[in-house]
Design a protein around this ligand. Structure first.
Ligand code: 8YV
Length: 326
């Protein structure tokens, strides 16, 4: 009997065929919730899962007694119960590296758009309200030569920093990360305590993963430390930021603007004031959403799952201690 894979992520025909060579694949395209009755029923016989963004609960794992491996099509894995998976010997694989540059591009898109008020002014043009010359009431802020503070300095943080330092002559500061001497040498980056970084930066960009330690890391106190001219960018996870405090800081002019790809609740609640604020650029979590990168992420997840289910070491394994001795 072939092992069974439930595929709920976006995989192309070649990728599905690749999985189907040695395994039986049941596809759930566009599955939005693990509560789907057909998915629930299929879990009882599933050895592998591949997909993105589904909240996997320990209770869901109880419905999947044969499960050996999960390949998430994402670098973040805050929606998985890692401890429970590890305890049960279920391998969790993610997709770092292949999305680094695209996500850093999104970071810079938000830095530029928020600084130069691109969305607000493009909307003015669209409304037909560009009637007179552009004056100081439309001016933005320079990006080049300014200080870029990265909260988190992993692969994505470093890729944002590289764009800032090498492309825009920015000074780079980083916090919430171990010392990175090679990047310091390459980019002239300097490590700071979080509070110092907040006080010093013109652009504050969040790239840390969401964990128990980083949940609501940035709140009222942290916004108060930032410069009134600061521009805040989040390409990590919405829950790293206390969104109510962010809204207040923007409304009260404690910071100048924000560029946001992620939110505490996604999709963003229709009640949220954020997309309606002129000093906010809000994107619908498109960090890695290009044709090239999403294809590469799905392929990496396929490769990880195939290796895991064949008893080999996946390329990207989150919970090394879940591996059973061969
Ligand atoms: C994806 C992401 O949008 O990889 C991540 O952690 O946040 C994004 O690249 C998302 O997880 C859906 O695939």
């Amino acid at each position: 009997m072939k092992k069974r894979i439930l595929a709920y992520g976006r995989l192309n025909d070649d990728q599905l065929a690749q999985l189907g060579q040695d395994f039986e694949v049941q596809a759930f395209p566009g599955l939005a919730s693990a509560d789907d009755p057909a998915f629930r029923a299929a879990l009882s016989d599933a050895h592998g899962l591949i997909g993105a963004s589904l909240a996997i609960t320990p209770e869901l794992l109880d419905a999947a007694p044969k499960l050996e491996a999960i390949a998430t099509i994402s670098v973040g894995y805050d929606n998985y119960p890692v401890e429970a998976l590890t305890r049960r010997g279920i391998l969790l694989c993610n997709t770092p590296d292949v999305l680094t540059e695209t996500t850093a591009d999104t970071g810079f898109l938000l830095i530029m758009a928020a600084a130069r008020r691109a969305v607000e002014l493009a909307e003015m043009v669209k409304r037909g309200d560009w009637q007179a010359g552009i004056g100081p009431e439309h001016f933005g802020s320079d990006v080049h030569g300014k200080t870029l503070g990265l909260i988190g300095f992993g692969r994505i943080g470093a890729a944002v920093a590289r764009r800032g330092a090498l492309g825009f002559g920015m000074k780079v500061r980083y916090a919430m990360a171990s010392p990175k001497p090679l990047l310091e040498a390459e980019l002239g980056a300097e490590r700071r305590e979080l509070d110092e970084l907040l006080e010093e930066s013109d652009f504050v960009c969040v790239t840390v993963p969401l964990t128990a330690e980083t949940e609501h890391l940035i709140g009222e106190r942290e916004f108060a430390l930032m410069k009134p001219s600061a521009i805040f960018v989040n390409i990590a996870r919405g829950k790293v930021v206390n969104e109510a405090a962010l809204i207040e800081a923007l409304e009260m002019g404690r910071i100048r603007a924000a560029g946001l790809d992620v939110f505490e609740q996604e999709p963003l609640s229709p009640e949220s004031p954020l997309p309606h604020m002129t000093n906010v650029v809000a994107l619908p979590h498109i960090g890695s959403a290009t044709h090239e990168t999403r294809t590469a992420m799905a392929q990496r997840a396929v490769d990880n799952l195939l290796l895991a289910l064949r008893g080999e070491h996946p390329i990207n394994l989150v919970n090394e201690t879940a591996r059973r001795p061969a």
